[in-house]
Ligand binder design. Structure first.
Ligand code: MN
Length: 242
């Protein structure tokens, strides 16, 4: 049996001290571990011209969108707020081109954190640019404990694919200062934090296989089998022709 190939658009470190000023393309190791443990073959894509997206997507069976920089608010019609953090417009553009091509080819997507936010914005949704600007959002979403430890509760739709894995409630880690404000019509929310932020969504189109989560399963999968199951389920989806 052949192994599904999973494309992971990489992030870029632009010459910081740790790399002696050298610019580096990378993805967090947890994504590699999760896909390999699921018997998939991970491939990291460098940020590239948007017209190259189809060359990459032609080679893969599924697309895994990782976390990272804030989404440029210009993509949802807003100017940058004071608390917006670093953006990477070239990454936004390349990942949107990859998403468009992946869905045109009816290949599955697993989106983590920033990936979830980008999907939402791309299909017409909006984001909170900085959660600390909203008094009604009372749960700490940038946790101050170990990254492999769940810090806040989510409730899930037990009829959903995420609910099938995680049940009606679960503990997840949390490292985001942005979140979904208005969810795009293409998606249905299936997981929520206690302050009612969308923590997970799936596609409303039964012809597309999309799962998006706001937490970081790649940082928890060594200790939590259900987090690994998210990757195993994704590789399984990638092995089925749509
Ligand atoms: Mn959260």
């Amino acid at each position: 049996m052949s192994k599904p190939i999973i494309g992971i658009p990489g992030n870029i470190l632009r010459g910081v001290n740790e790399t002696n000023g050298v610019t580096i393309t990378y993805t967090p190791q947890g994504f590699i571990d999760g896909i390999q443990a699921a018997k998939g073959v991970p491939v990291i894509f460098p940020i590239s011209p948007t017209e190259d997206a189809s060359y990459y997507v032609d080679q893969i069976d599924g697309l895994l969108l990782a976390g990272g920089q804030d989404i440029s608010p210009l993509l949802f019609g807003e100017e940058p707020h004071l608390k917006l953090e670093a953006t990477e417009p070239a990454r936004d553009a390349f990942e949107m081109a990859l998403i468009k091509e992946t869905l045109a080819q009816h290949k599955p997507i697993l989106a983590i954190c920033r990936g979830m936010h980008l999907l939402n914005v791309m299909y017409g949704g909006t984001l909170y640019q900085a959660l600390s600007d909203y008094k009604e959002l009372t749960v700490q979403h940038i946790q101050q404990t170990y990254f492999n430890t769940g810090s806040h509760t989510i409730t899930l739709d037990t009829e959903s694919q995420l609910g099938t894995i995680f049940g009606a409630t679960y503990l997840v880690n949390s490292y985001h200062h942005q979140a979904i404000k208005e969810l795009a019509d293409s998606f249905k929310a299936v997981a929520w934090s206690k302050d009612n932020l969308v923590e997970g969504f799936e596609s409303t189109d039964s012809e597309q296989s999309i799962i998006a989560v706001q937490w970081h399963p790649e940082l928890m999968l060594k200790e939590d089998l259900k987090m690994q199951r998210l990757f195993t389920d994704f590789v399984k989806r990638a092995s089925v022709a749509y």
